[in-house]
Design a protein around this ligand. Structure first.
Ligand SMILES: Nc1ncnc2c1ncn2[C@@H]1O[C@H](COP(=O)(O)OP(=O)(O)OP(=O)(O)O)[C@@H](O)[C@H]1O
Length: 308
């Protein structure tokens, strides 16, 4: 039985006539990894800051259910990685972490042990006694990430945790986030590089210009998108120009020995593939749903809306 940990109901935030967040609703279940995905300026940080109690909503509500039913946020149960990182530059790495842990009520001995374990795991143990300003941006982000999870919170809220990280460290963060989910920690994270996180999240809330675009698991979102991306490679100089006139085919690109196009899933693709194999000596066929990023862009465009 799924247990709701966080409920967002009809949340909006206006600045004058401008709606930065426009009536969004979603829930996050206990132990679930939820991705809030959208381009720059979509409203992700605004929504997160409202959830964190830093900004007030114009309307709507945020409910925390992991500690009984409460609209009051118990900050010691939440870990937060803010978009604008907030550590002390001229303070040692370990002391920065011990300070953050003390704000959450973690006893110093315990905090020190946990902090050193995490620094070890993130290859920063040698920097424990260096001032933060000596570390690279990516390293500082790792320290801030440790600060968000050190006190074993029930809910972790990460605003753009992957931006500015190299692919190796992105994978390290992903591994830790998955581990948190398995341990029952609820995770809400935002990202603009959709393809970095699409496989990580149990469910995804896609947002553009403050409004919901799509919401569901990756599988549900892909199933709901009714177009395949097809790529066929073949030997020799076959002629597949008939595809130009085929209904359901769009975005056709003809290469020297290959052709790519989009095809409406509802039409059933086997007959079309049969026709192609009669015309050319097919080497490889790939038909798959597009990546999340493309689904996002096409869904927004199909609705006649613009991307920020
Ligand atoms: N204090 C403010 N006054 C007016 N407009 C604001 C204010 N804060 C944010 N906005 C606007 O609200 C929109 C959403 O901003 P927000 O920071 O939530 O986006 P985001 O999805 O987090 O994007 P990014 O990835 O660039 O941080 C933007 O158009 C931004 O310019």
């Amino acid at each position: 039985m799924q247990q709701e940990a966080l409920v967002i109901n009809n949340l909006s935030k206006s600045y004058g006539n401008f709606k930065a967040v426009n009536n969004i609703s979603f829930t996050v279940n206990k132990g679930e990894i939820m991705g809030l995905l959208g381009p720059n300026g979509a409203g992700k940080s605004t929504a997160i800051r409202i959830i964190m109690g830093i900004l007030s909503a114009s309307s709507g509500e945020v409910k925390f259910l992991f500690n009984g039913d409460s609209s009051v946020l118990d900050k010691s149960k939440i870990g937060y990685l803010p978009e604008e990182r907030g550590l002390y530059d001229d303070v040692k790495v370990l002391d920065n972490l011990l300070y953050l842990a003390s704000l959450k009520g973690v006893p110093q001995n315990e905090a020190k042990e946990e902090a050193m374990n995490w620094l070890e795991r993130l290859n920063l143990a040698n920097y424990a006694n260096s001032k933060l300003e000596k570390l690279s941006k990516g390293m500082q982000q790792k320290v801030q990430f440790i600060g968000a999870i050190l006190h074993k919170p029930a809910l972790v809220v990460l605003d753009e945790p992957f931006s500015g990280l190299d692919p190796v460290n992105q994978d390290v963060f992903k591994e830790i986030i998955l581990e948190l989910g398995r341990q029952g920690t609820t995770v809400l994270l935002s990202a603009h590089q959709m393809n970095v996180v699409e496989e990580l999240c149990d469910r995804i809330f896609m947002i553009n210009k403050g409004k919901q675009v799509l919401f569901g698991s990756l599988k549900e979102i892909k199933q709901g998108f009714k177009e395949y991306m097809v790529k066929i490679t073949y030997q020799g100089d076959g002629d597949v120009s008939f595809l130009q006139h085929k209904s359901g085919v769009s975005r056709l690109h003809q290469g020297r020995h290959s052709v790519t196009f989009s095809y409406e899933a509802d039409l059933g693709i086997s007959e079309l593939l049969q026709e192609i194999t009669e015309k050319v000596a097919v080497e490889e066929i790939r038909a798959e749903k597009p990546p999340l990023h493309d689904i996002f862009i096409q869904t927004v465009q199909q609705r006649g809306e613009e991307i920020e």
